[in-house]
Design a binder for this molecule. Sequence first.
Ligand SMILES: Nc1ncnc2c1ncn2[C@@H]1O[C@H](COP(=O)(O)OP(=O)(O)OP(=O)(O)O)[C@@H](O)[C@H]1O
Ligand SMILES: [Mg+2]
Length: 630
Amino acid sequence: MVTKRSDVRMIAPRNEIRATPLGVLRHYWRVADVKAWHLVLPIGLILIASSFEGASFALLIPLKDAVAENSFDFLEQSRAFGWLPALVPDRLDPSTRDAYLVLCIAVLIILGRIGKLGFQYTAELVETARNERYRVCLGKETFGRVLTFGRQYFDGQAIGRIDAEIGWSSSVIGLLTAAQEAFRYTVSLLVKVGVMMAISVPLSVAFIVTLPFVQRLIAAVNRAVKRISEEGVEVDRQLRAQTLDILGTIPLVKAVSQEQTASEMYEGVLRQAERVAVRRHRAIGIRYPIEEITILLTMLLVQGVFIYAAGDFRPADLAAFGALLIILQQALQDYKVISRLSLSFYEELPRLEAVAGLFSDEGKFIVASGDRTFGGLEHEIEVSHLNFRYVQGPEALRDLNATIAAGKVTAVVGSSGAGKTTFVDLLTRFYDCEPGTILLDGTDIREYSLPSLHSRMAIVSQDVWLLNRSLRDNLTFGLEGAVPDEELVLALSDVELGDFLEDLPEGLDTEVGERGVRLSGGQRQRIALARALLRDPDIVILDEATSALDSVIERSVADAMKRRLTGHTLIVIAHRLSTIRDADLILVFEGGRIVERGTWEELIERGGAFYELYRAQSEKDTPASWHPAR
Ligand SMILES: Nc1ncnc2c1ncn2[C@@H]1O[C@H](COP(=O)(O)OP(=O)(O)OP(=O)(O)O)[C@@H](O)[C@H]1O
Ligand SMILES: [Mg+2]
């Protein structure tokens, strides 16, 4: 068979994303389909809310002036507040007029606050709807991205760590919200500073000048927060990894009564998290007091200098200082929020960096999909000079050469760890192989698209994979379109699960539990076999697929499989050699190589490695005894 190497067209999964926080932000921006109005609308609403707030604060000015002058007469000349006296009915006598005016101003202040709160609430609703939509887009994108990683990536990672990193995609939304909140509070702060300016220019200037100075003062605190947050991110990963690791191995934990140790290990990580959190809050907590004290001291100093320079103070100054303190108190609240939000940037950055790591292809072992459609195997699978080494492991396959004929049964045998599973995992493209080492009908397997390849293949692996869903979902997972129940029932009865199904009160809707815990080992294996049958595949790979079945069931399942899979290409890995007696070809693996090949009779006659395996097993057909020697 000729290799069409010149035709090799590979499509690497498109990854033009720069794996930096900024690159990821840009990518997420595209993914979430961010429109200008998503940002403008809430900001516009916030501005309207702020103008209501500004108006409500500005009304303190005439009140303050009235206190200083002990009358509202100055309003007649006021350009900003000249309209206020018009609110008072003419018929009121002068003494009640002022009281009425105070009441009017108070009502207007309250109306201003109500307006502010109303618009602020609307802005929050708009923002929440937008953020939650973004969260779905980003979560889906990140999860989808992780699913493109190769099996080797998952082999080398604790699931909890990956889970934690996927969750951090939302930290981008945290940053967006923080930026928007910072904008809102900055506007609100500016409004207050404006009013403060109107009350007292020097004091307001003192306030404004202090802010950047204060920011410089706490730069060291910010750096510390970022450093501690980086540690926090690592602890979060460990925590998730520990939780999922322990919960995922409950039977083992219980079997060896390690509940206490497991919970102590968990406590260990929690303690670490505790230390990080305390240190973080210590750093964050000190920020605001530093800021507020510096601001207040500066303002008092400036006020003191004024009084000292004037040699006296007038009631108007006192009224101004009083009004200013009211607004300052509010302004400091705004400032506190802005300051806290600017910190969230330092807190979120390490998370964003971790998410950015997911968008780099390095160490992800992505198996690229080709662009040819695999239409089925007609002639053979050819394996030539195939080598494979796990990243974290030994060389698993060495210079493998084999031809697996279409429509025939090929058996793979050999001692444990010989490389049998690795071999079939390369055929199914779980792991990537070198170009030209596996050819399907002469075409490099890497040229085929993964979905088209997998739609023609079925694998029943050594470890049965079941989803925590119903029997029906497990059987039809990966199949397109609805499958009639009759077909499911037929497949189940072919694997001798017909009676079992009848006994289930909920039938096909029975939940099988996490990894199928509610089923016996043999039942799990047979469900995997039924699933393979339903795919009606071209190439079937059975990796120790009947190892958990008793001989009687194994025989009838094997017969049904043979009946249904005649003419299909079958690759069977088996330790129990009796099951592969009729195989058209037997490949004998040893230490990552094929050391023998041939039919059963040929191999027995040769008296080599296979014969040794066979002899060892026949001897053990008086099965290995578990009784201790007496
Ligand atoms: N995910 C992995 N990462 C690192 N090394 C691995 C991995 N899977 C298998 N190996 C190693 O590769 C070698 C071949 O393993 P493989 O699973 O192919 O053996 P096998 O012939 O299927 O054995 P068994 O009959 O016990 O299933 C072994 O030495 C094993 O330790
Ligand atoms: Mg194996």
